[in-house]
Design a protein around this ligand. Structure first.
Ligand code: NTF
Length: 737
């Protein structure tokens, strides 16, 4: 399977082979990576659960930086094969799109039923990626579907005249799982994307039902045997699909079927950003999935009738909770359908769950009450994000705790608190950090030719580039710091804490403003890094092609990481947890899981700044009214960019214009002074090595809550009603399923 880079070269070490392994980059950012940690935890906690997804031929694009700009290169990750997958020739299902509807009378019962036929039928073929649990025989599984022409498709049977059409049909089938849409927290309303969503759902439900039927139990037992968690709204079509199968194919009565559906599904919401909420034009859904649209209309009608009964005459409430948004075009609100078809809805951090209760789903609460809405704070796998990514720290911890039990029970890490002020331990701890920083410095030198000192404060922001995550605010603060350093007397400059500011992350290819942010970072990097007058007190690095493999090198090397989204916009964040688990301190806003991290590790060990979520709407309103002026610290920075300090004036105008009064939707100006003040505080504190080391140790010591084992057990106990069963989920079980 392994193909050497140069013909004739041999693999000299296992490490070389490991370096050749490609990331299965089948998701965009935190959403997919969270699911990966959850499958790891399911297996490690002996819980009988699987992940389902699509086997894209082209995953997330590779990012190259050319002349400071992002360019995208297709990621054909399967080029050299994928040794971790098992093609399951025996597991294929047909999936229909388009087609027509008619009524048919059952000759025996006389019952009329709806028949969906014709259209395009493609085949879903399963590929299994077994996920071994840690220290258990339990094996998890990720079943990925690949699309291909269905079995009745036979090229040779086509005569010359139909050849072109035959090839087109083959291409159309293969297209479905060809490419991942590279948008994070942003919906694209393309037919192919909707096809992908239904393809996943249709194949997965057939697979689940096949397994259920082997047990020969009645349908009413289905919700006791099966729990399906919708990972955001992308698989929401599973709700009408299960209803369709039960009513049209299994001939259950509507109400009985709906009871089964709503006891089977639960829904996790992962964002409140309006542009990320899926809204599909009804006409598009109707064209692609005519029967599903009928069923959705019926689900919605019956639901609205119940609401009307409880709140007679409350038209506004009906408008708010309807799964159909009237307008042109009429749209299907996927989040509403997901709420209506699920027994439980959860957010992914305490603040986020509070926000969905009080904003996004506030109207549903009036009807359902509070109980249906809950919180499960996200988590990360200690196996990957400490033990694998940071082997030296893992070893140091195990040597002090007298074993590696912490890897399955992060509560055990709390014992490190007693060592936080132990000088010897502090030194060993900071030695590991230094080693990790040297590794990253080496990577930067080798790949970018930029020299950075591992003694400098490593200040890192790596995540998808998005306005709400405010990498723009970060780079503006870097310019501010650069100006300060340039204005310093030599003696003052000597005292300044040297800092390396590291950025990484991909912008969606069509996200113009995000791409300009990358260009600005690159331009600032070029200017600052070559300015000898500031005596290496500031370096700026943009690391291209941020992905999971690179994250494993970057995260263990941070002194500070930044999670600075406008309050209320980041549902949770999970890289914040990864950095802190590796003894990195956080500079962050009072947002997402930052808040709970602060509660766990203590307010003294985290640097919070900025406005609170509850004040954001008022501040935005204030902005729109043109009532607030840009703070002077920011004005000076913006002016320098406008005047061409970082390249041709005009290049950054559209980016800078997002800050002008009346806009600044993400409140950069409002938070800017508090932000630079916190950075100053951090630079001062970093001079006290012992105090810093104690904080770093306390970070790792108090992260138990953020183990994905804890999250997944909450889902198991509170939502799925399942228990560990070590013997049920063995490798044989996967092959037999
Ligand atoms: C993301 N949501 C959120 O933006 C992150 O804050 C969160 O950590 C992850 O989910 C995992 O919960 C999405 O990607 C999506 F799809 F909802 F927009």
């Amino acid at each position: 399977m392994f193909i050497p880079k140069e013909p004739g070269t041999l693999v000299s070490a296992m490490e070389d082979l490991i370096d050749e392994e490609r990331d299965a980059a089948l998701g965009n950012g935190g959403l997919g990576r969270l699911a990966a940690c959850y499958v790891d935890s399911l297996a490690s906690c002996d819980l009988p659960g699987w992940g389902y997804g699509l086997r894209y031929n082209y995953g997330m694009f590779q990012q190259r930086i050319v002349d400071g700009y992002q360019t995208e290169v297709p990621d054909y990750w399967l080029n050299s094969g994928n040794p971790w997958e098992l093609p399951r020739v025996d597991k294929t299902y047909n999936v229909r799109f388009f087609g027509g509807l008619h009524d048919e009378k059952d000759p025996e019962t006389g019952k009329v039923k709806r028949v969906w036929d014709g259209g395009q039928v493609v085949q879903a073929a399963a590929y299994d990626v077994p996920i071994p649990g840690y220290d258990t025989t339990t094996m998890g599984n990720i079943r990925l579907w690949s699309s291909r022409p269905n079995s009745s498709f036979d090229l040779s049977s086509f005569n010359e005249g139909n050849y072109n059409q035959a090839v087109e049909e083959k291409k159309s089938a293969e297209n479905i799982t060809s490419i991942l849409y590279p948008n994070d927290n942003h919906m694209v309303g393309k037919e192919l994307r909707l096809k992908q969503e239904y393809f996943l759902v249709a194949a997965t439900l057939q697979d689940i039902i096949y397994r259920f039927k082997k047990g020969k139990k009645p349908w009413c037992e289905f919700p006791n045997q099966v729990a399906i968690q919708l990972n955001d709204t992308h698989p929401t079509l599973a709700i009408p699909e299960l209803q369709r199968i039960l009513v049209d194919e299994e001939c259950l009565e509507w109400d009985e079927a709906w009871d089964i559906v709503t006891r089977t599904f639960a829904f996790t919401n992962h964002t409140v950003l309006p542009e990320a909420l899926e809204r599909w034009p009804v006409d598009l859904v109707k064209h692609l999935l005519p029967r599903h649209m009928e069923i959705i209309y019926a689900i919605n009608l019956f639901f609205l009738q119940k609401v009307e009964k409880q709140f007679p005459g409350d038209r506004d409430l009906l408008v708010q909770v309807s799964a159909i948004e009237e307008g042109s075009p009429q749209c299907l609100r996927m989040a509403s359908l997901a709420v209506i078809g699920s027994h439980t809805v959860n957010g992914v951090a305490a603040l986020h769950s509070h926000l969905i209760r009080t904003t996004l789903f506030q109207h549903f609460i009036r009807y359902y009450g509070e109980e249906k809405f809950t919180n499960v704070t996200n988590g990360i796998s200690p196996r990957r994000w400490l033990h694998q990514a940071n082997p030296n720290l893992s070893q140091l911890i195990s040597s002090k705790l007298g074993g590696i039990e912490w890897i399955k029970d992060m509560e055990k890490l709390r014992a490190l608190n007693d060592l936080a002020t132990d000088k010897e331990f502090q030194e060993a701890w900071m030695d590991v950090k230094l080693h990790n920083k040297m590794r990253l410095a080496g990577y930067i030198k080798n790949n970018l030719g930029i020299e950075v000192s591992p003694d400098a404060l490593f200040d890192i922001q790596v995540k998808r580039i998005h306005e709400y995550k405010r990498q723009f605010m970060n780079i503006l603060s870097v310019i501010h710091r650069y100006h300060e350093l340039k204005a310093m007397e030599p003696s003052e400059l000597d005292e300044a804490t040297p800092r390396v500011v590291i950025f990484g992350g991909k912008a969606a290819p069509g996200y113009y403003i995000a791409k300009l942010v990358i260009k600005l970072i690159s331009s600032v990097s070029a200017k600052v890094n070559s300015d000898c007058s500031i005596k290496n007190k500031l370096k700026v690095v943009f690391l291209p092609d941020y992905n999971v493999s690179l994250a494993e090198v970057i995260i263990p090397a941070s002194d500070i990481s930044q999670h600075i989204s406008t309050a209320g916009t980041e549902a949770s964040g999970t890289s914040n947890m990864k950095f802190v688990l590796n003894g990195g301190l956080i500079l962050g806003t009072v947002d997402g899981a930052n808040i709970e991290i602060g509660e766990e590790i203590g307010k003294d060990n985290i640097f919070f700044f900025g406005v609170l979520a509850q004040d954001v709407e008022d501040l935005r309103h204030h902005n729109r009214m043109g009532k607030s002026a840009m703070v002077s610290s920011l004005c000076a920075v913006v002016q320098s960019v406008r005047e061409g300090e970082y390249g041709t004036p005009g290049v950054f105008a559209p980016l800078l214009d997002t800050l002008t009064i009346g806009t600044d939707y993400y409140l950069v100006s409002v938070d800017f002074d508090a932000y630079i003040e916190k950075q100053r505080e951090i630079e001062e504190l970093y001079k006290d090595k012992s105090c810093w080391a104690a904080k770093s140790i306390r970070c790792t010591a108090n992260m138990a809550k953020f183990s994905s084992d804890r999250s997944i057990r909450e889902y198991a106990e509170r939502i799925w009603n399942i228990e560990p069963c070590p013997l049920a989920a063995t490798p044989e079980a996967i092959l037999n399923d």
